[in-house]
Ligand binder design. Structure first.
Ligand code: NDP
Length: 461
């Protein structure tokens, strides 16, 4: 074997890269991890974690209202963005530091610099004026927000990257997109008192989620004061003395202080020299990999968002673990991308696992639907109108639960447990044999006895 500087060179110190680098180093491999920004990647630095802090901060608005209904006297609450930002940044720095020490304690070398491939075994580190060699290479460079191409005035808008560091909270914001990031930030800004409009080009938000979930969430967002504009998109953005005017293709104009595009993310593959190393990309610019995360170059692997499979932190981590087991521990493993649960931290949040009703029908399943929409007891107490949705998609012939979808408080926590049962192939009969936990919202999930029949069908329509 040729003599390389490292056994493994990891490009990108996000969730996937750090896990792989740490495990391989703990197993005795000589590992280097290069990172051009901060250690922690999207999840820790400009994604899941700071987003969740923002969700927590914004949820207090609703809590103050609820508190009054429960007999509390609450003065006029005031939110200080600067205080929050400082605390958030401190916590992110702490978490990023833990990632650094985890890597170093495992014996991996952390290189604070961009890395580019010169060939399949040679890595150039432009910031260090150094070139190193490695037997194996892992690409874990994640993704980056994208703006709609060729849109006049798009440079006036921000993305989620900037939303974490705004100097001031705007009075009015327009959020563009109907995916995870758009609905999560719509809830955040609305909760923090910003007049919030959500603009989505399609007929309903969250394409790919169950249709009942999509309709329910859109209704709940509007109930909480978010203006939802559907079926329209930008023609241009223009700066005015009062803010930014968004001209839409339905002829309307919306003026806000900020416009945030949450219109998708692209894999970070540009300028990495992947073509020089024989690593193929797909049409979306993502690294093409096999089930073991191996690229078209035999000594190069890729995990996480850069492969555009399921772009979630725990998935990147599991892909990284499978990579180390396969390549360094002589224990071939591929991560099973089926039945991965996900949560959307909208307000109310969503938890979902398995097939939507439309996906199940499309796949040829004859399904029974169990559905419940109710006001949780916490809400009825103070006369609130917020509703929770719970839905099960069940394969009729086998009784197997194909999907579980929840919109309501704590649904991300609930769905983690439901995901275990669904991954194990639970049937509706087994599901129902589980005794309810009372009084909870989740008990509704195990007490839905009769299939839901839409009103028009129930009336013979
Ligand atoms: P998504 O792919 O989820 O959503 C992108 C949205 O932008 C879609 O509604 C899409 O519309 C719309 N869009 C795309 N292009 C345009 C355009 N040119 N003009 C107008 N609208 C456009 O991306 P996100 O950026 O929200 O999130 C990226 C990924 O990050 C997610 O898919 C998820 O995997 C991950 N993520 C996960 C989170 C979690 O687990 N809670 C939180 C945040 C992100 P259309 O539907 O019509 O294509």
């Amino acid at each position: 074997m040729a003599d390389y500087d490292y056994d493994l060179f990891v490009i990108g110190a996000g969730s996937g890269g750090v896990r792989a680098g740490r495990l391989a180093a703990m197993g005795g491999a000589r590992v280097a991890v290069a990172e051009e920004f901060r250690v922690g990647g999207t999840c820790v630095v400009r994604g899941c974690i700071p987003k969740k802090f923002m969700v927590y901060a914004s949820e207090f608005a609703q809590s103050f209202k609820t508190a009054r209904g429960y007999g509390w006297t609450v003065g006029e609450p005031h939110f200080d963005w600067e205080t929050f930002l400082k605390a958030k940044d401190n916590e992110i720095a702490r978490l990023s530091g833990i990632y650094v020490s985890n890597l170093e304690n495992a014996g991996a070398e952390l290189i604070h610099c961009r890395a580019e491939l010169l060939d399949a075994h040679t890595v150039h580190l432009p910031g260090k004026n150094r070139t190193v060699t490695a037997d194996k290479i892992l690409i874990a460079t994640g993704g980056w927000p994208t703006l709609p191409p060729n849109l006049p005035g798009a440079d006036l808008a921000i993305t989620s990257n900037e939303a974490f560091h705004l100097a001031d909270l705007p009075d009015r914001i327009l959020i563009v997109g109907g995916g995870y990031i758009a609905v999560e930030f719509a809830g955040i800004f609305n909760g923090l008192g910003v007049e919030t409009t959500l603009l989505y080009r399609g007929p309903n938000i969250l394409r790919g989620f169950d249709n009942d979930v999509r309709a329910h969430l859109a209704g709940e967002l509007e109930r909480r004061g978010i203006t939802v504009i559907l079926g329209a998109e930008h023609v241009s953005l223009e700066k005015t003395s009062d803010g930014i005017v968004s001209r839409l293709n339905n002829g309307h104009e919306v003026e806000t202080d900020e416009v945030m595009f949450a219109t998708g993310r692209a894999p970070n593959t540009k300028g990495l020299g992947l073509e020089k190393a024989g690593v193929e990309l797909n049409a979306a610019g993502a690294v093409v990999v096999d089930e073991f995360s191996r690229t078209t170059a035999p000594n190069i692997w890729a995990v996480g968002d850069v492969t555009d499979r399921i772009n979630l932190t725990p998935v990147a981590i599991r892909e990284a673990v499978a990579f180390v087991e396969t390549v360094f521990n002589d224990n071939p493993q591929s991560f099973d991308h089926e039945h991965v649960a996900s949560a959307v931290f909208s307000q109310p949040p969503i938890g979902a696992v398995g097939l939507s009703e439309a996906e199940a029908r499309h796949a040829g399943h004859k399904v029974d639907i169990y559905r419940s929409i109710f006001r949780p007891m916490k809400v009825t107490f103070y006369g609130g109108e917020e509703r929770t949705l719970m839905k099960l998609v069940v394969d009729q012939p086998t009784g197997r639960v194909l999907g579980c979808h929840v919109v309501g408080p704590d649904s991300p926590e609930i769905i983690q447990m439901a995901a275990i049962a669904i991954k194990m192939g639970v049937t509706k009969a087994q599901w129902d044999s589980t005794c309810a936990v009372h009084p909870t919202a989740a008990e509704e999930l195990v007490t839905m006895r009769s299939p839901y029949i839409p009103a028009n069908l129930a009336q013979g329509g």
